[in-house]
Structure formats: C-alpha cells, structure tokens
Design a protein around this ligand. Structure first.
Ligand code: MG
Ligand code: MG
Length: 274
C-alpha cells in the first residue's frame, strides 16, 4: 500500500477540505435515497455536486474504476458499480465516495437504509458504525494498529457478525491509498505505533453472517459468501496532539435525515458549519 507520510497542519487542512466535500456529497445523497431511485442516478448527482465544489471525483478512473461512487447494496460489501437497478424498500445501500482537491484526497462511506429495514439489519448498521468509533477512540499516540483493529473486531464479533479480513483501511493524503494498512482486526499491543501527523481512513466492513467474501466477474464488486447483508462506515481521522481528530463528518447526513447524534463531539476540535 506504500509508504506512510506524516502530514503537517497545512496538509491536514487540505485533506479536511476534500473530506468535507465528501461529507456534503453524502448529505446531499441522503435526501435522494428512496425506493425507485437508481444507483446510477445517485452517481451522476454526486459527480455534478463534487465538480460544483471545485473538486474532482476521487474514485473515477482510480485503478480504472468507472464511476464517482462505489454503490454496494445489501449483500455487496464494497466496490459495487452504479447501475440502472432501482433501490427497493427494505434495501440497504453502502455508498463510498472520494473527492480530490488541492492535491489531497478525502474518502469516506456510510450505509443507508432505504425506507424501513429489518431489525437485524438495523442492528448490523448500528454495531458497524459503533465499531468505527471504537476504532477511532484507539487512534491515540502510543497505541498501535493492533489496538485499533482489536477494538473494532471485538465489538462486532461479540454480536456474532463477520469481520471482513481481505479489505482494510489505509493512510490518506496525496494518494487515496497510502500506508499503513489499517486492518479491522488485530491483537492488542501489536503493529505500527501511532504518531502525530498520521491521517487514516478507518473503515470497518462487517457482514451479518460469515466473514467470507467473493468477487463478481466484473472484477470489482465484493459480496458476502452467504448472501447476507454487509455494512460499511468510514471516517477520515488525523492524529493531532496525540489525539484523534475527525476530518470527515456524518452531520450533513444526519441533518438531511433529521437524526440527532453527538457521536462525533469527542473527536472534533473545530465546529462544523452546516
Ligand atoms: Mg472509502
Ligand atoms: Mg477508504
């Protein structure tokens, strides 16, 4: 995945700017997600929105990916390609989005419910998102990658959910994928030590059933081996003064959906102006 580049404050602000464009894009999409809309329609909205913010879609053309968004409904884990199939009531849709501006990337993801979803599926979404914050809480100076991975894994596996192993989080900056790899599993006290200036994309991918995955012949789409749903939440986080600081936000999504949440408060020094 390449080398680890530590960032200065100026570089971190550039990543924050790109990350917030992604946050706003996901917030815009939140209001558009309903039964009948296709993932390709949402993709086109996202591309126009990102370009309107003087940024470029981060995924479009990256490793030859054909679209702006990775759109992974239901049993798809990640890297789904937008298409003309309408979303249906009861679906979940994981949307992963990247933006590139001023030489730096933002990259994060959220899994949305389409209308009413099954209780067990809602639990999968809740636990996966909670595990993301458990991981972020471990991203402190002196801790190690294994502490972060362990916290995410333990939270999901105690509910019987399957932790995807083959796909991991990553460093983020001038490249979409920099070192280190950030596994969503691990052993406490093991792995690289966290230091100030690291910027990570932390992104648990969690399956309702088996952790095993397979890939479609399109060469992109990853889906669960047993056909059960999968969730994906991702934040961009910088290590500043020994503590994690969120560069991305789900607040635009929550505003669009009328959700009250204080989950980000601990990890934010700067107020987000919605
Ligand atoms: Mg992503
Ligand atoms: Mg990522």
């Amino acid at each position: 995945m390449g080398a680890i580049y530590l960032k200065n404050q100026e570089e971190i602000e550039c990543i924050r700017e790109s990350a917030l464009i992604v946050s706003k894009t996901l917030g815009m999409l939140a209001a558009e997600i309903k039964p009948g809309v296709t993932t390709l329609e949402l993709d086109r909205l996202a591309e126009a929105f990102i370009r309107d913010h003087n940024a470029e879609p981060g995924f479009l053309g990256l490793y030859d990916f054909p679209n702006t968004l990775c759109m992974s409904p239901n049993a798809q884990v990640v890297h789904g390609i937008p298409n003309n199939t309408p979303l249906e009531e009861g679906d979940i849709i994981s949307i992963d989005c990247g933006a590139y501006k001023n030489g730096f990337y933002g990259d994060h993801a959220y899994t949305f419910a389409v209308g009413e979803i099954e209780k067990e599926t809602q639990k999968l979404l809740n636990i996966t998102k909670e595990s993301l914050y458990k991981g972020i809480a471990m991203f402190c100076a002196g801790n190690r990658l294994g502490d972060l991975g362990y916290a995410i894994q333990a939270h999901c596996e105690k509910e019987g959910f399957g932790m995807v192993r083959e796909l991991v989080g990553h460093g983020l900056g001038r490249e979409m994928h920099e070192g280190p790899e950030v596994p969503n599993y691990g052993k406490r006290g093991r792995g690289k030590k966290f230091v100030d200036g690291m910027v990570l994309a932390i992104e648990p991918m969690v399956n309702q059933g088996t952790h095993r995955i397979k890939q479609l012949k399109d060469g992109w789409t990853i889906l669960t081996a047993d056909g059960k749903p999968s969730a994906h939440f991702e934040h961009n986080v910088a290590l500043i003064d020994g503590k994690p600081e969120l560069l991305s936000t789900f607040e635009y999504i929550y505003k669009a959906l009328g959700i009250e949440s204080d989950e980000e408060v601990l990890y934010r020094k700067k107020t987000i102006i919605l």
